[in-house]
Design a protein around this ligand. Structure first.
Ligand SMILES: Cc1ncc(COP(=O)(O)O)c(C=O)c1O
Length: 338
């Protein structure tokens, strides 16, 4: 049996989710006639206490639509150096929006209000127009780190002062909400737009939600269509999303417990250096120079434990719904004897 810690995207739909999908009421969503998509979108808007939401095929598309809606070609987007929107979306900021990224070296993927203010360009013809700030919560490359809500509020204030929009890549926002006992509404009050993934810890096969004002979502719906993201009987997938939001959010706490147990065993190993604090479902550590991350990943693979070497010197484990308590215990035993 393989124990797959590569990502929380590898999960398979549960029996309950499959049943919800099979029984979904569907229609043509490009005509606005899919009842399940409409239900999911209004559920998300309500949850975040925002006006509207848009069901998208992926987190990448949600983020890219948001960036396109908030910027003009030649603009600058402020984000952390390792933000997903910057390093993992195929150069989409330039490709889709003709904008460029202004990156900041953050703390575990998180940037501060002071840092944001320091890189906002003055109104000068030589400079790109700064128009958008993107935050990521939890931060993937930051080891599942969670922002302090007060710092986000400070960033909002800076955005208001300088007339910037604020987007949240909340691919794993529900992990942060569960870990920090926060509500979606608290985030909805702060951001101009939020993307949340259904296809990660929430266990759906496909899907992401983009949430914002009614005017923003109207614009976003047009951009989604241009990108080829207008889906027809998408209700089969939306039904999975509804099921996940109703049934599989609280469960994330178990992934967080599993990640901490794993981290505590890993931290005893000589090949584990500088482990990042474990706040949610991601464990990232450095390996020593004589044992590159690829070698550690290979040794684990030989014992049927799958992980990712996310850089030459960093290994990542991600816990998720398909890692049972027994599998976790088995992985811990294997690591103990490695
Ligand atoms: C932080 C973050 N944002 C966005 C995405 C994109 O999601 P998707 O794979 O659905 O495009 C990911 C995926 O891993 C992610 O980790």
């Amino acid at each position: 049996m393989q124990i797959d810690f590569r990502s929380d995207t590898v999960t398979l739909p549960t029996t309950g989710m499959r049943e919800a999908m099979m029984n979904a009421a569907v229609g043509d969503d490009v005509f606005g006639e899919d009842p399940s998509v409409n239900q999911l979108e209004s559920m998300a808007a309500q949850l975040f206490e925002m006006e509207a939401a848009l069901f998208c095929p992926s987190g990448t598309m949600s983020n890219q639509i948001a960036i396109k809606c908030h910027t003009q070609p030649g603009d600058e987007v402020i984000c952390e150096r390792q933000a997903h929107v910057c390093i993992y979306e195929g150069g989409g900021i330039a490709f889709n929006s003709g904008a460029q990224a202004r990156t900041i070296e953050g703390d575990r993927g998180m940037i501060s209000a002071t840092q944001v203010e320091a890189v906002i360009n003055p109104d000068d013809v030589h400079k790109a127009r700064t128009s958008l700030v993107c935050l990521e919560n939890t931060s993937n490359r930051g080891g599942g780190s969670c922002y302090d809500l007060d710092e986000i509020r400070k960033i909002r204030k800076i955005c208001d002062t300088y007339g910037l929009r604020l987007h949240l890549d909340g691919a794993r926002l529900f992990n942060a909400l569960v870990a920090k006992d926060e509500t979606a509404g608290q985030y909805g009050k702060i951001f101009d737009s939020i993307s949340v993934c259904l296809n990660k810890g929430l266990g759906c096969p496909i899907g992401s939600l983009l949430i914002g004002s009614a005017a923003f979502i109207r614009k976003a719906r047009r951009v989604r269509k241009v990108l080829g993201g207008g889906m027809r009987q998408a209700g089969f997938m939306a039904a999975a999303g509804i099921y996940a939001l109703e049934q599989q959010v609280e469960r994330l706490a178990q992934d967080h417990t599993h990640a901490k147990l794993l981290a505590s065993e890993l931290s005893k190993k000589t090949f584990v250096k500088n482990m990042m604090p474990v706040e949610t479902n991601i464990v990232i550590f450095e390996t020593p120079p004589e044992q590159p991350a690829k070698i550690i990943a290979q040794r684990l693979l030989e014992k049927n434990i799958l992980v990712i070497a996310i850089s030459p010197s960093q290994v990542r484990f991600v816990t998720h719904q398909d890692i049972t308590g027994n599998m976790l215990q088995q992985a811990i035993d294997i690591i103990r004897h490695l």
